[in-house]
Design a protein around this ligand. Structure first.
Ligand code: 0X9
Ligand code: ZN
Length: 694
């Protein structure tokens, strides 16, 4: 449970907080800490509108999750608090002292572990795994289930020099690839999100231990290959869990002064261990690098902004010292490049990348559909498979009570794992935001996995099984079948341009399978045309406004001026813009006037200094609207205000049809090559008989 919400805090002035009041069992903790230390805190900011969400994004704070109408951020330094204060947004303090909270969590974890012999989790574990525990567990699963589990090492070492491990689960897993659909699950892109790795490992244990015992799991494992990478970012995770475990509330007496051991260290680190772009710092130096910046905040690339699709666009930062730093180039980081190569070499029909927190199941797209990437010139539009992914998202969310939504409904992101994966490979992709805290007391991990309360017996476990069922369902992908020489290698290839925000990168997808002894093959693959190039439905506005009005006026600093705009007929969109000559700050509010004359706020725009203001409202009903111009800090009091209503329509932007190149190889020689166009849900027969002739 989270501590009770503090009373609403308003704006600036809190400065620093004393690190006192740490709960600990030691008798000397009544002593006041000698030094004044800022306690990192988790706050929940009011973001009722997209503008407000974008404003929070633009502040460069450490975004941590979101709920309906709120965005959570970690404040690492007094400067962060000042930035939030200056933005003028209301917020609640959810966890006033993350260090004290870590101490409390560690105490609860120790008590749970002491009282628990075997937890109800598939592995029976009663505490968070360390990095070593993950590797040991994966090796043990492979050792004890030789035909069912194999370990593999990802192609690139982490920046700090670590090997990154995964496991593959499937019947006869050491045999050749026989064309089964692949389900991929990942955890720990973000260092501090420990349960994301736990869920991933527990699902692996669940499948392995129940194989041959539980009919449903046995069938699913027989019909697929399951690829598990629990720790995508081992350097960051190791820093986070190592420092997190140190926060035990001990008191250090160093000869006269007593201070509480309460440096957050890297416990709330998010990114990887990149210290300087393009420079591979010596292995093993991550610890030093992360120690130089509060909360390890200033080090690293956000791996969930470093993937290729729309890289460099909104919702990611180009500033190194920013929590959502996107990296120097798409896939500049070995950790994201690993996942790119893994997915480019397999036919992953469904994937889940686990994160914490916010109780969300997110699906593509990452940016709102009306945005236009310069590389595209047309609005991004909704994902081509929105209907099917929404249905699967809802089916999963019904098991754990999470909210299923499109990722951009949380906030815009570019360069995320799901957007690249879906747009480039065509496999369904989901980002899960598990639970209500980055790394809560371990019993909550148990409850999230197995389900608790009304979700008891369901939980994430059941939702993951539903995702795996989707991965093996031919309706959700494509199937190639036919005759081919026994033992021949079939290869499916495509070299394509993946759009970044402003340009493109080249992706090569290349997968193989081996034809069985009966001379027939069945290959579960993704559709040949990538979602990113398909026909797209875009919402367009009727060229001319239905209604339009302009005003000019003057408003002195710290004053406001109201203008009335009467909307005479319901409209799909109301756009209000405010412009003024100087690069400083006006704000704009839109209110609706009720029958009794009262005003209800319906939209506002409080952009940063220098940006002009714009409010967009969808589905507006006829009535009187009050447009309020607020001179927040502008020296030039004159402005121009425009309001217009529009009707919307849907237009189809025509796309492309892409093909796979299917080749048949024997003895290392390509004997047949066939272009293949195949849609989702389609089964296509391609006999590769020429491949049998010499
Ligand atoms: O911001 C993120 O990377 C994710 N939240 S977290 O708190 N785990 O950092 C959300 C990403 C949402 N966007 C996409 N999945 N595309
Ligand atoms: Zn995350």
């Amino acid at each position: 449970m989270l501590p009770p919400l503090r009373r609403r805090t308003t704006l600036v002035g809190l400065g620093t907080a004393l690190l006192v009041g740490l709960t600990t069992t030691s008798p000397i903790t009544t002593a006041t800490a000698q030094e004044t230390v800022f306690a990192p805190q988790l706050v929940s900011i009011d973001t009722p509108t997209r503008e407000a969400r974008q404003l929070v994004e633009s502040l460069g704070l450490d975004t941590a999750g979101a709920g309906p109408g709120t965005t959570d951020v970690v404040l690492h330094t007094p400067a962060d608090l000042d930035v939030l204060g200056a933005a003028g947004l209301g917020y609640d303090v959810r966890i006033p002292d993350l260090v004290a909270r870590s101490v409390e969590i560690n105490q609860q974890n120790a008590a749970y572990a002491a009282a628990t012999d075997r937890s109800p989790l598939p592995s029976g574990r009663d505490a968070y795994r360390t990095l070593d525990d993950y590797d040991t567990d994966m090796a043990a699963l492979a050792l004890h289930h030789r035909d069912l589990v194999k370990t593999f090492t990802l192609p690139h070492r982490s920046l700090d020099g670590r090997l990154i491990q995964g496991i593959e689960i499937g019947r006869d897993v050491n045999g050749p690839d026989t064309g089964l659909p692949v389900f991929l699950m990942m955890g720990l892109h973000h260092a501090r999100e420990w349960p994301s790795g736990e869920m991933t490992m527990e699902f692996a244990y669940d499948l392995v231990l129940n194989y041959g015992r539980d009919q449903r799991i046995t069938d699913l494992v027989n019909r697929s290959r399951i690829v598990i990478v629990p720790v995508v970012n081992p350097d960051g995770f190791d820093r986070s869990i190592t420092d997190g475990a140190l926060l035990d509330g001990r008191v250090v007496d160093d000869g006269g002064t007593v201070s509480i051991l309460g440096t957050p260290g890297a416990a709330y680190m998010r990114k990887n261990c990149r210290v300087a772009d393009g420079v591979d710092t010596p292995d093993g130096t991550c610890r030093l690098a992360t120690a130089t910046t509060p909360g390890a905040f200033g080090v690293g690339v956000d791996l969930n902004r470093n993937y290729g699709a729309y890289w460099g666009g909104p919702g990611a930062s180009d500033q190194f010292v920013n929590p959502t730093y996107r990296g120097a180039t798409p896939f500049s980081e070995p950790e994201s490049q690993n996942i790119r190569e893994l997915m480019s070499g397999r036919q992953v029909t469904t994937m889940i990348t686990n994160h914490t927190f916010s109780d969300l199941i997110l699906r593509p797209g990452g940016v709102s559909p009306d945005q236009v990437a310069p590389s595209q010139g047309v609005p991004i539009g909704e994902a081509a498979d929105e209907e099917a992914m929404a249905a699967l998202g809802a089916a999963m969310a019904a098991q754990n009570g999470y909210t299923s939504q499109r990722a951009y409904e949380l906030y815009d992101t570019t360069g995320s794992t799901d957007d690249w994966s879906y747009n480039t490979t065509g496999g369904f992709a989901f980002t899960w935001e598990i639970g209500t805290e980055f790394h809560p007391p371990f019993p909550e991990v148990v409850d999230e996995y197995l389900g608790a309360g009304e979700y008891a017996g369901k939980g994430n476990r059941e939702a993951y099984l539903i995702a795996l069922e989707n991965a093996v369902d031919p309706q959700t992908h494509s199937v190639l079948t036919g005759r081919a020489p026994a033992g021949a290698t079939l290869r499916l290839q495509k070299s394509v341009a993946t759009p970044t925000w402003e340009g493109a990168i080249q992706d090569t997808l290349s997968t193989t399978m081996t034809v069985g002894a009966n001379g027939r093959y069945t290959w579960h693959v993704n559709p040949s045309t990538r979602p990113v190039v398909m026909d797209r439905q875009v919402e367009t506005l009727s060229g001319a406004p239905v209604q339009q009005q302009s005003w000019t006026g003057t408003t002195a600093p710290l004053q406001s001026t109201d203008q009335e705009f009467v909307v005479t007929q319901d409209a799909d969109l109301l756009e209000v813009t405010l412009d003024w000559p100087t690069p400083d700050d006006f704000d704009l509010e839109v209110h609706r006037r009720g029958a009794d004359g009262s005003l209800t706020p319906v939209g506002s725009s409080g952009n940063s200094i220098g940006e002009k203001e714009r409010v967009l409202l969808q589905d507006v009903t006829a009535g009187t609207y009050v447009l309020r111009v607020v001179n927040f800090a502008s020296v030039a009091p004159s402005w121009t205000l425009d309001a217009a209503t529009y009707q919307a329509g849907t237009t189809t932007v025509p796309g492309l049809v892409e093909n796979w190149t299917l080749t048949c190889e024997r003895g290392g020689q390509v004997l047949q090559r066939v272009p293949v166009v195949i849609d989702r849900g389609q089964q296509l027969r391609v006999d590769l008989t020429a491949c049998g002739r010499r």
